[in-house]
Write a protein of this length. Structure first.
Length: 359
């Protein structure tokens, strides 16, 4: 009797994927980019440790699909970052991977040509090049870690990492976060549950051992030291926002009960704005007002922003894409972004230095 095949029954092909080492050789780190990454990480860590009274703001497109428009955005953001540096550290939101409830475009790495060719090898190299270019402009970058292998390819160019609402409960992502070299923000679950994020912070702070790959692309037992820079990101959920003073107070109490630092980041988008980008300025204004009134737990905010307001479907003819407009969630325009950031800077300028600092 012959042996019946029992594996790879639903696998169509295994295509070659360059190793992290190969991709990094093609797109090597530079001194200016490295300086921006190191400075960005230090700034965010100092804010989380309360050595820096400012807040960090992760701001940028819902997803990157056009490198040219993305770099246009980055250059504008760098000028704005320099302008408001007394009160805020601006981190460019650079999201390459998009989680999907069912189907849809999965992002720049998975399908860089936006035509279902799924050239992940090309997407990974282009993603690294984009991060390098943004870093050389002098901006720190933040991204969502979705694929547990991807950080090996470009993690050296990231200053802040988010774990999304759909993956904060995932053991794989908690283990991965324990080994990341950046601070990690864990979002509350889509139903609004905060305990998921708090448990994730606790888990990621401890050492873990798990199956991964090394820089040569070879399977390896990955052993981590633990990441003490986990923190909560409030993004709303369960049919209501959670950026109000009561919700933030409850988050503070939950963190204290868990013996964790009272570090809270507020996502001005998603359920906190009912997925209506025009509400994001109202959320940011409310949070800035809480800081002005003495709140010392809010250490950061997130904004979904692009050159052009709104979003657009991906057309069959990609030449018809509107420049600088999101192909995923709707964003606020660049002009609105400038107004939001400048208004927040004005609200915080005379109070930011009074926030609690630690030696």
């Amino acid at each position: 009797m012959s042996v019946v095949q029992t594996e790879n029954l639903n696998i169509a092909a295994f295509d070659h994927m360059p190793s992290p080492e190969e991709i990094k050789a093609r797109v090597p780190m530079t001194v200016p980019a490295n300086a921006a990454v190191v400075a960005g990480r230090k700034a965010v860590m100092d804010i989380l440790d309360r050595r820096d009274p400012r807040v960090f703001v992760v701001v940028g497109p819902c997803s990157i699909h056009d490198a040219e428009a993305g770099l246009d955005y980055a250059r504008r953001l760098k000028k704005l970052a320099d302008e408001v540096s007394q009160t805020m550290v601006l981190v460019m939101r650079v999201y390459f991977e998009k989680p999907r409830t069912s189907t849809g475009w999965k992002g720049f790495i998975n399908d860089p040509f936006m035509n279902d060719s799924f050239r992940i090898d090309v997407g990974m190299e282009r993603a690294r090049k984009f991060l390098l270019d943004v870093s050389e402009i002098g901006l720190p970058t933040g991204t969502e870690a979705l694929d547990p292998i991807a950080p090996q390819y470009y993690g050296d160019l990231i200053s802040w990492t988010a774990i999304g609402a759909r993956t904060s409960e995932s053991q794989t992502h908690r283990e991965m976060s324990s080994g990341l070299s950046t601070p990690v923000g864990f979002k509350n679950a889509t139903d609004g549950d905060l305990e998921v994020a708090i448990n994730a912070i606790i888990s990621a702070a401890h050492p873990h051992s798990f199956l991964g790959i090394n820089s040569h692309g070879v399977s390896a037992i990955t052993r981590t030291r633990g990441n003490r820079y986990g923190h909560v990101v409030l993004r709303g959920g369960g049919g209501r926002p959670n950026y109000d003073t009561v919700s933030i107070s409850l988050a503070e109490q939950a963190l204290t009960k868990a013996k964790l630092p009272r570090n809270v980041v507020v996502d001005c988008s998603h359920a906190n704005s009912w997925k209506k980008p025009e509400y994001q300025p109202l959320v940011m204004k409310d949070v800035a007002h809480q800081i002005r009134e003495g709140n010392d737990s809010v250490v950061g905010m997130m904004i979904e922003s692009n050159l052009v307001a709104g979003n657009q479907p991906i057309p069959a003819d990609l030449s018809q894409l509107k420049y600088g407009c999101s192909v995923t969630d709707a964003c606020v325009s660049w002009e609105t972004t400038e107004e939001m950031i400048r208004n927040t800077d004005a609200m915080l300028r005379d109070v930011i230095g009074k926030r609690e600092r630690r030696a």
